[in-house]
Ligand binder design. Structure first.
Ligand SMILES: NC(=O)c1ccc[n+]([C@@H]2O[C@H](COP(=O)([O-])OP(=O)(O)OC[C@H]3O[C@@H](n4cnc5c(N)ncnc54)[C@H](OP(=O)(O)O)[C@@H]3O)[C@@H](O)[C@H]2O)c1
Length: 303
């Protein structure tokens, strides 16, 4: 496996992956029975300004990054109204609307940003309904394919938050409902009210705190979108436990971390985030990295 350099060519001078090829080897998962996506999505949280706040330094570069992700075969883009806030969703629409056939934009509501570095939950039904309307407008969509409750607000009964999403679905504004940052009992409760098609929780080779939730997704045919698949970048740093396996494949630790996610569960759809075109190319090349059974076992035992 060869690494792209800063000008987009790899270390040996070859060009980056051809359009449409990089995400496809990850295989496909059909979310909710009717949204087939390659199992390597793009997390669009990092395309905003520093601290997930405000405009990025170079909005043109952010839009180019989104277009390149789609060119690489990515057809699931994860965002939220709170990224920026509003900035990530707006850049996605500016870069990609009208959306190419088969591109799924998954957004979230239920978290608000009173200031940089601050995340405040708001799962009140009236807030979620307004947040969804605002996301529809910013994304220039009539219906959002996958709308996720960003997190469970401890001050609002989960049934009330999920009930609001159900109303939005009944009105045709949401195609499918997902949840995020849930534990297993909360997932069960939500599934008792609506058809939950996906869960987005923190999970990686170094963080298995949501293993029981991933297991529930496998048992019930739901997609699992592990966020922080690179442990927010820590797994990309050399000198860690993934180095030996990475070197054996002429790969990076980050690529090993993504390949482990792909191979450890067919329900996993990692959504690595980056603001860098070079990192983008590198991350999707992980879909072609095949780890042996021994390597998987060694990685399994890390957490
Ligand atoms: N539901 C939730 O509550 C929740 C919470 C957090 C995130 N998310 C979602 O999950 C997505 C992924 O999470 P994340 O972006 O926070 O974490 P991540 O994917 O684990 O890591 C992203 C970080 O790693 C760096 N990085 C990415 N690729 C790299 C590479 N090849 N080499 C070196 N560094 C690399 C990025 O920096 P550069 O920009 O320099 O590449 C960035 O700082 C988000 O974009 C968002 O869509 C959801």
């Amino acid at each position: 496996m060869t690494m792209p350099s800063a000008d987009g060519s790899d270390a040996a001078g070859a060009r980056p992956a051809p359009a449409g090829t990089a995400a496809a080897p990850a295989g496909t998962f059909t979310i909710g029975g009717d949204l087939p996506v390659h199992r390597m999505g793009f997390g669009a949280m990092r395309i905003t300004g520093e601290g997930i706040w405000g405009e990025p330094d170079d909005p043109d570069a952010a839009r180019a990054l989104l277009r390149r992700a789609v060119e690489l075969g990515v057809n699931l883009i994860d965002t939220a109204d709170s990224y920026g806030p509003q900035v990530s969703e707006r850049l996605i629409a500016e870069a990609l609307h009208p959306y190419p056939d088969g591109v799924v934009i998954a957004t979230k509501g239920g978290s608000v940003r009173p200031g940089a570095g601050q995340w405040v939950l708001n799962g009140r039904p009236e807030h979620l309904k307004q947040a969804c309307e605002d996301s529809l407008r910013r994304l220039r969509l009539d219906r959002i394919d996958l709308y996720q409750l960003h997190a469970v607000d401890p001050n609002v009964p989960l049934a009330d938050s999920i009930g609001a999403l159900k109303e939005l679905q009944d009105e045709g504004k949401i195609r499918h409902i997902g949840v995020s940052n849930v534990n297993a009992p909360q997932l069960d409760e939500a599934r008792g009210i609506v058809d939950v098609v996906s869960v987005q929780n923190r999970y990686s080779v170094s963080d298995r705190g949501s293993q029981d939730v991933l297991d529930a997704c496998e048992q019930n045919g739901m997609a699992f979108l592990p966020y922080f698949p690179l442990a927010a970048g820590r797994l990309t740093k050399p000198g860690g436990a993934l180095d030996e396996i990475a070197q054996a494949h002429d790969a990076t630790g980050g690529q090993v971390a993504l390949a482990w996610l792909l191979q450890s569960s067919p329900n996993n759809i990692p959504i690595p985030g980056t603001s860098s075109g070079v990192h983008l190319e590198e991350n999707y090349m992980a879909a072609t990295l095949e780890l042996s059974a021994d390597e998987m076992a060694a990685l399994d035992s890390l957490a």
